[in-house]
Design a protein around this ligand. Structure first.
Ligand SMILES: *Cc1c(COP(=O)(O)O)cnc(C)c1O
Length: 251
């Protein structure tokens, strides 16, 4: 066992424990929460260790980095570290999540590797994704990104515009709107963060009540290394954790 492998495996186990504790504290089941390992900070060999350790949902913030890494990882089979037998390969099927802004001219390259788009932030983008998904013969699952903190630098729909838009967005073919994604404000303390995540959940509940039949807003993607436990207590079903997974690595 290399120390890189041991460090990643230990970090992953700790995060999973903290996820389970936060779920149980709030009367939820740990299996309701999916950990998306955010790999934007690390190199492909570190990403491989994360996959070997059992994390199959991976997130990237930049479309180009997502394609590059998805190709890189798919090209080389993974082998269990304890095994000298090359047939003891690990199923390396990774579900790639895009968590940052998608430019419309990058949709075509991105969609074939994409499991879930967390950052659907405009009607035009969603329409263009739907058209491309139809051309590929699939339906793309998406989350609507909400700018809950109002930070000017953040992408996303304004919370107050979504109730008037949900019916239109829900009618766009080729995409399946599964829920909402949000980030806490850059300057928010723990209590403010909790209020922001609770506001996202309330918004989801209101949108669900007025959504056309067939739209199920089950997912809430919220929480990062610094606030994923608060997010779980407020209803997150997907947490996007990067730096906490890679603590103690000396590249
Ligand atoms: C980088 C990033 C994360 C992970 O952040 P950490 O604080 O390192 O866990 C989560 N979500 C988005 C949108 C990101 O860009």
């Amino acid at each position: 066992m290399t120390s890189l492998h041991a460090t990643i495996a230990r970090n992953l186990a700790r995060i999973r424990e903290r996820i389970a504790d936060a779920a149980l504290r709030s009367g939820r089941r740990p299996v309701e929460i999916t950990l998306v390992g955010v790999t934007k900070y690390v190199t492909p060999d570190v990403i491989r260790e994360l996959i070997v350790a059992g994390c199959r949902d991976l997130g990237e913030a930049r479309p180009q980095q997502l394609w590059d890494r998805a190709e890189h990882i798919a090209a080389e089979p993974l082998v269990r570290p304890s095994s000298a037998n090359p047939t003891d390969a690990i199923d390396s099927a990774v579900r790639w999540h895009l968590i940052g802004h998608l430019q419309r001219n990058k949709i075509r390259r991105t969609l074939p590797c994409l499991h879930l788009l967390h950052s659907a932030d405009s009607q035009r983008l969603i329409e263009a994704c739907g058209a491309e998904a139809i051309a590929l013969g699939r339906t793309l699952p998406v989350l609507l990104e909400v700018n809950i903190s109002g930070d000017a630098a953040k992408h996303g729909f304004r919370p107050e515009e979504l109730p008037g838009l949900i019916e239109t967005l829900g009618a766009i073919r080729g995409v399946d709107i599964r829920g909402l994604m949000a980030m806490s404000g850059l300057a928010s303390d723990a209590e403010q963060t909790r209020r922001e995540f609770a506001a996202v959940r309330d918004l989801r509940d209101r949108l669900q009540a007025q959504s056309p039949p067939g739209i199920q807003l089950r997912e809430l993607s919220m929480g990062m290394s610094g606030d994923f436990e608060i997010a779980i207590e407020e209803g997150a079903t997907l947490v996007r954790v990067g730096s906490a997974l890679f603590e103690g690595l000396h590249p």
